[in-house]
Design a protein around this ligand. Sequence first.
Ligand SMILES: Nc1ncnc2c1ncn2[C@@H]1O[C@H](COP(=O)(O)OP(=O)(O)OP(=O)(O)O)[C@@H](O)[C@H]1O
Ligand code: SF4
Ligand SMILES: [Mg+2]
Length: 318
Amino acid sequence: MSLLEVRNLSIAAGASTLVEQVDLDLAEGEVLGLVGESGSGKTITCRALMRLLPAGELRISAGSIHLNGRDLARASEAEMRKVRGVEIGMIFQNPNSHLDPVMRIGDQIAESVRYHEGASAGEARSRAIELLRQVGIPDPARRMAAYPHEFSGGMRQRAMIAVALACRPKILIADEPTTALDVTVQAQVLRLLLDLRDRLGLAIVLVTHNLGVVAQTCDSLAVMYAGRVMERGPKRELLRMPAHPYTAALLGCQPGSANPAEPLPAIPGQPPAAGAFPAGCRFHPRCPRAAAICESERPALRALRDRRVAACHFAVAP
Ligand SMILES: Nc1ncnc2c1ncn2[C@@H]1O[C@H](COP(=O)(O)OP(=O)(O)OP(=O)(O)O)[C@@H](O)[C@H]1O
Ligand code: SF4
Ligand SMILES: [Mg+2]
């Protein structure tokens, strides 16, 4: 059973639709990777799940986001304040923009625990120390008093994860959480996320550009292009034998013959600008397999074998 069930989600800016008809499912303890080129709509999809789209600029124009029997797409702002941080936590690429630079790390975590759980000052402090320990910060009781600038990049990212987990959310949305870190620290933070998944049963939506990260970390994948999901399914099958030409192009191979060990070539051509999507299949101007039908008819997402779905007129599960 899905913990989070997103159906037909569309996001618009004025009259133009930037993200269209996105379906996603997330089960308890599952790590779902969201991949796709820059501008494909990964971040605004994540922000829509938390109802954190910039007001007056972007809005959810269709669809539903079901969590524990409620539709977050229709929840009031008061209800969403009880969801954010409590049921769904979020971490971002840049911890500096989400940690308060003039507040001690320990206070930032403890305040969240007190605000959401009504804990006493002493309980909140113990929980903050425990959280810092869980995310692998050495000597956590002493580190409680540190300010964000006293931490290294990797430690700040860990502290942000501790803040996000302060109220024991079941879901963590992580938008490129390791992109700004060097490779060794990236690997440590990813290991930490997997460890938290194992220990806490945390379900994670992980946005990443890095297919190596996907291969190591995710259980399932959703591949986005030009605001739509092109292919979804279990990671192993999808990486080994992509059914959709776009997934295959991302992997630098032909459908049915992925070799993730190969370096990634850039896909020739540019993705379309938001709101100026081509008719038919949005990938057709760049697709090596495009036929006449692709220019006029939009392929629907179709179920293939092995819990896989793909939006391509010619997709077959290999
Ligand atoms: N506030 C906004 N108003 C209008 N358009 C926006 C706004 N925010 C994002 N967009 C557009 O929505 C599209 C999707 O943006 P988004 O940031 O979700 O892409 P992304 O897949 O996260 O890319 P990246 O990999 O570079 O982070 C882009 O074309 C972007 O220009
Ligand atoms: S529908 Fe056509 S253009 Fe689109 S991915 Fe499939 S073959 Fe390529
Ligand atoms: Mg983004």
